[in-house]
Ligand binder design. Structure first.
Ligand SMILES: [Ca+2]
Ligand SMILES: [Ca+2]
Length: 355
């Protein structure tokens, strides 16, 4: 019953949709599954998945830091190659495949210090004319507590098992709470309402890629072993908040003790030991991998990458909507999933590179 959080969104987002393609999207369509994603149906989804895997497995992973200027590597942290422990033997959500704890080896990689901000994403859109899937679909999912009354009253579609998620017409990254809202004073907040496909397009524009699930978890753990959070096991050490989650009574009353009812700036709260901000909380973050709970399908113990195909992508870290009573997923070992064309007001990403 607690397994819902944002992943119930996919129930609604799996509905078949058909969309025209904007001219400026064509430059991204060659390899990202956009064209088939627009007409996603039960029949076309497996074709799309195969195509995405082929393209990304051969095209994304050769991306290497040695081809980059030092300037384009700024704001990224290098994590040296090594052996790391991931997963947990004390899972909160067994059905999510949080366990077992296991040792893996990773080559060195770099990862963005912060979630991708609205300012970052605006630069991408200005340079390319890119339109997100939410913009082309014409709607996205917004938490009801953040909506103006007039918009809330006109909503006809909600997520059955999580009625606080409302499908809002014309909600997108520039209008996170739908028409009338803007990001003018949130340029340093994480971009939201971006699908996995949008995230890949952004990272690719910079010559980067999404982190694998394993890279993301190793980065989250900040060199610590077997801890719940990027800094240790206490959520609020010495009474100081270190992440943006939900305080109060979900979903009715957010007491905002951490200072934020919605997103916070991407460099708010202290970093972990690797110098990474908001690995847990603030917004969920897309990873490269297809979702599976089967350990045997997660790519072995050296540079693991998830299964070669699937229907959902793995997201990590939890969001400002997560509360211990309901969605205790703001932990490094926690994981969840959405279809690659899903977007919502609590879902963003950061990019990575092989280093
Ligand atoms: Ca908060
Ligand atoms: Ca985050």
């Amino acid at each position: 019953m607690i397994t819902v959080c944002a992943n119930v969104i996919l129930l609604v987002c799996s509905v078949a949709r058909s969309y025209g393609m904007h001219n400026s999207d064509k430059q991204f369509a060659h390899c990202d599954g956009y064209s088939s994603g627009r007409e996603k149906t039960a029949e076309s989804s497996s074709r799309m998945d195969t195509q995405q895997h082929y393209c990304l497995a051969t095209d994304e992973f050769p991306v290497h830091a040695s081809t980059f200027s030092p300037t384009s590597l700024k704001n990224m942290v290098k994590i040296e190659a090594g052996s790391f422990a991931i997963g947990t033997n004390d899972p909160v959500f067994v059905a999510d495949g949080e366990g077992p704890k296991r040792r893996i080896y990773l080559d060195s990689f770099r990862i963005d210090e912060t979630e991708v901000s609205n300012e970052n994403f605006a630069r991408f859109v200005d340079a390319t004319g890119y339109r997100t899937e939410a913009e082309r679909f014409g709607d996205s999912f917004v938490f009801e507590g953040l909506l103006e009354k007039e918009i809330r009253e006109n909503i006809t579609r909600v997520v059955a098992r999580a009625p606080w998620w409302l499908q809002v017409k014309n909600a997108d990254w520039r209008h996170p709470e739908g028409p009338g809202s803007d990001i003018k004073h949130r340029m340093d907040h994480p971009v939201v309402h971006v699908s996995w496909n949008d995230a890949v397009a952004y990272c690719r524009w910079l010559g980067k890629r999404l982190p694998t699930e394993t890279e993301w978890e190793v980065a989250c753990r900040g060199g610590l072993s077997d801890r719940l959070y990027p800094w240790g096991n206490k959520l609020i050490p010495n009474g100081r908040y270190r992440a943006n989650t939900w305080q109060g009574d979900f979903p009715r009353n957010n007491t905002e003790e951490d200072g934020y009812i919605g997103t916070s700036p991407v460099s708010e709260f202290p970093t972990n030991k690797y110098g990474l901000y908001n690995m847990i909380g603030n917004v969920w973050e897309w990873t490269f991998d297809w979702w599976t709970i089967e350990i045997g399908e997660r790519g072995g113990s050296t540079n693991p990458i998830g299964p070669s195909r699937g229907t959902d992508k793995v997201k990590k870290g939890g969001s400002y909507l997560c509360h211990e009573s309901y969605c205790f997923r703001y932990r490094c070992a926690a994981r969840s999933q959405n279809t690659p064309d899903t977007s919502a007001g609590n879902l963003g990403f950061r990019c990575a590179l092989s280093a």
